[in-house]
Design a protein around this ligand. Structure first.
Ligand SMILES: Cc1ncc(COP(=O)(O)O)c(C=O)c1O
Length: 422
């Protein structure tokens, strides 16, 4: 494991106080803080290299183009993808919309099924409800187990019913923390395909996985992978979509934003799109500074080592589960063990109900103690309704969090008990 105190020194925002108390930032599932290396990379870009890319013949444009290409290569490499498989976006939500408009609209039709699960984030849900309206497909929900994991028996049955053209899953739930057993699910899909069922395209919402565990797109066995750069130490406004090259090359997925920069030739009769895959899906002026910042975040995480990042994450989650279970008023949601290796069950966050106190009140009291957490439905309203929860409080972790900060969360929860006299 790495030295988290040394890591903390790289994140200037963590040095500040809130309400005259040291900041304990446990809202990382919403967005992470940024290391100095990311801030410097952006500043350096704007201070020395800013210019529009491509087509420019001047020196600055050339430098900016090289930085853009380099950032794309590093980000793709970080995720084990080819550069041509990477579409840089602003966030996971934009990536999901890209799949919906660029793939679903051209490949789904009346009667087709889009399988989602009750734990999915609205980003991986509302887009499919809308795509279903446009195409005539229908959205079907896979059940969860009592511990908040995808119910594989139910999934198998729903795959067997046929007509599933798209299976879209959250790799790591932002509310339950549960890790989706992707390999087992892919095996189920393959078994159904051998029995003559349609083989669905598989989408993975990797928003809470990226920057928490190693991702190798070339071996994951899925067709699409979305993530948010800003949730993995990168800048706000950075995100990504990975699409298997064959899907892009064959034209199965088509451009979904149009304009300059993505064309080979335009005439009054029509347009021929660029043969370069990265250009074809990047119309308009790209956000080079954010790409450069995301590159710096990938380099930062690579230097820590993603196996070590995962180990640290699991240590924090296991410790938080252990500590919070000792508070009688706290009811944890999601799996109660973290697992390991191919049986990894839980990472990233812990969410809970506090007996007799609304989650917003809990979060407000914690804030008064300098502890920043998130409360509400975390954009998983169907999951909350499924479980009959009004709202939950979530503490979520990143590389710079420590066991001492979890202790601070636990002692701040004492104040909740004192104030609300539960
Ligand atoms: C699992 C999951 N998917 C998608 C998103 C959406 O991410 P963004 O707001 O960066 O688009 C989030 C954000 O919290 C998330 O946790």
């Amino acid at each position: 494991m790495f030295d988290e105190e040394r890591v903390r020194r790289d994140f200037p925002l963590l040095w500040r106080k809130v309400h005259a108390k040291p900041l304990v930032y446990l809202d990382n599932a919403s967005t992470t803080q940024k290391p100095q290396a990311v801030i410097d990379a952006i500043t350096n870009y704007y201070t020395h290299h800013n210019a529009n890319i491509h087509r420019g013949v001047h020196q600055l444009s050339d430098e900016s183009t090289q930085l853009w290409n380099q950032a794309r290569a590093v980000v793709a490499g970080f995720f084990g993808a080819e550069e041509d498989e990477l579409i840089l976006t602003r966030n996971t939500t934009e990536s999901m919309n890209g799949i919906a408009y660029g793939w679903a609209d051209h490949n789904l039709t009346k009667g087709d099924v889009i399988l989602v699960s009750y734990m999915d984030h609205h980003s991986n849900l509302v887009v499919w409800q809308e795509a279903a309206k446009r195409t005539g497909a229908k959205v079907v929900f896979v059940n969860l187990t009592a511990e908040g994991e995808v119910d594989l028996h139910d999934l198998k049955e729903k795959l067997a019913e046929g007509n599933v053209k798209l299976l879209t899953l959250t790799y790591v739930s932002n509310t339950l923390g549960s890790v989706c057993p992707l390999q087992e699910i892919i095996t189920l899909v393959d078994e159904q395909a051998k029995k003559g069922k349609i083989k669905p395209r598989i989408v993975v919402d990797g928003a809470q996985a990226a920057g928490h565990l190693p991702v190798d797109f070339s071996r994951l066995g899925v067709d699409f992978f979305s993530a948010s750069g800003h949730k993995m130490l990168g800048p706000m406004g950075s995100g990504l979509l990975l699409v298997r090259k064959e899907i892009l090359e064959s034209g199965e997925m088509r451009p979904y934003f149009f304009g300059g920069g993505m064309i080979a030739a335009v005439s009054v009769e029509g347009t021929e799109f660029s043969s370069s895959l990265s250009d074809r899906f990047t119309p308009g002026t790209p956000d080079v500074a954010s790409a450069v910042g995301l590159e710096a975040a990938c380099n930062y995480l690579s230097a820590l080592g993603m196996e070590a990042v995962l180990e640290h994450d699991q240590d924090l989650v296991a410790y938080a589960l252990e500590q919070l279970q000792q508070i009688p008023e706290v009811e944890l949601v999601g799996p109660l063990s973290v697992g390991s290796g191919s049986q990894l069950r839980r990472i990233g966050s812990v969410a809970f109900l506090y007996k007799g106190v609304h989650a917003h009140d809990v979060a407000q009291v914690l804030d008064s103690e300098g502890v920043a957490v998130r409360s509400g439905h975390h954009c998983t309203m169907p999951l909350h309704v499924y479980n009959d929860w009004v709202a939950t409080t979530r503490a979520s972790f990143q590389v710079y969090n420590t066991r001492e900060e979890i202790d601070a969360l636990v002692s701040a929860l004492d104040k909740v008990k004192r104030i609300f006299k539960v």
